[in-house]
Design a protein around this ligand. Sequence first.
Ligand SMILES: [Zn+2]
Length: 284
Amino acid sequence: MPHRPPPDADARRAIRPVICYPTAALPQPPLNLYRQARATADKTGETIVAPREAACFEVPAGHFFRIASIEGPQVGDLNLWNLNDLSERFYSGKTRALHGTHLTTGDRMWSSFPTLRPMATIVEDTLDWYGIDDYGGSVHDVIGTRCDPYTGNLLSGTQYHHCCHSNLTRALADHTGLPLHAAEPHIHDVLNVFMCTGFTRDTGQYFMKASPARPGDYIEFFAEIDLLGALSACPGGDCSSEHSSDAAMCHPLLVEIYTPRDGALDGWEPPATNGYDRTHGRQA
Ligand SMILES: [Zn+2]
C-alpha cells in the first residue's frame, strides 16, 4: 500500500516544472558552416551493416557520416568513441539531459567525463517531421540502452548472441584487435537510430513501436573529433514486436562517409575538452 498523501499533496503536484538544462546556454553549432561544407563534399567510403550484426567505421574530424535505411525499416544502435582514445565515448545520459529523450537536427552527441564535449552534430534528419506522436513516442532515442544478452537471461533464461551489445562487442574486437572480453567494457549506451520509443504516461514504462523509417530515410552527422563508430542492426528489426531473438524481420543499414573539399571548413577547429579544472575542491 502506498503512503497516505499529505494534506497539501495536490499543491505539491501542481508546481510547474523547470527545464534542467536550458539549451540556450549551450554553445550553438555553426550549422550554416557545416551545410556549406557538406555541399562541397564527396562520398569517400561506405560500410554495410548486416542484419543482426555490427560494423565499425572511422570518420576523421570535419567529415560527415550518414546512416541510411535500405531495403526496409531497421533500427540501428550506435556507439561512438574518440578514435585515438577509447576512454572518451558517447554519453547517452548527459546527451538526454541536455537535448531531451530523442535527437534531431542541431542536437549533438556529447562525450563522457572528463572531456564532455560534442563528438558529433546532427546536420540532417529525414524523420524530423515525426515530432512526438499521441503515445508520447518519437524517433532516434537516447532513453533506451542497447539490447543485451544479460537482460534476456535475467528475464527469460536465454543465451542469445546477436543482441546489439554482443554485435557491438564483436565488431569492436575485430576492428581494434582487442580480445573479446577487453572490448566488451568499451561498449556503452547508444543512440537508437530510427527507433521509435517513449514512456507510457500511466505507468512510466519504456515502450517501443514500429519504426517510421523507410528505405531512403537517413540521419547525417558532422564529426567534431576523429571518431570510431560502431553500428548494430538490431535483432528487433523495426522494433514493432520483440528483440533479443531471431523472430523479427531484419534489414541491413548503410553507413556513408562524406569528405568536404579542402578549405570548406576554414576557421573551424575541433571542440576543446571541457574546461573544468578537475581539482574537485582540493588543493594539489
Ligand atoms: Zn538492439
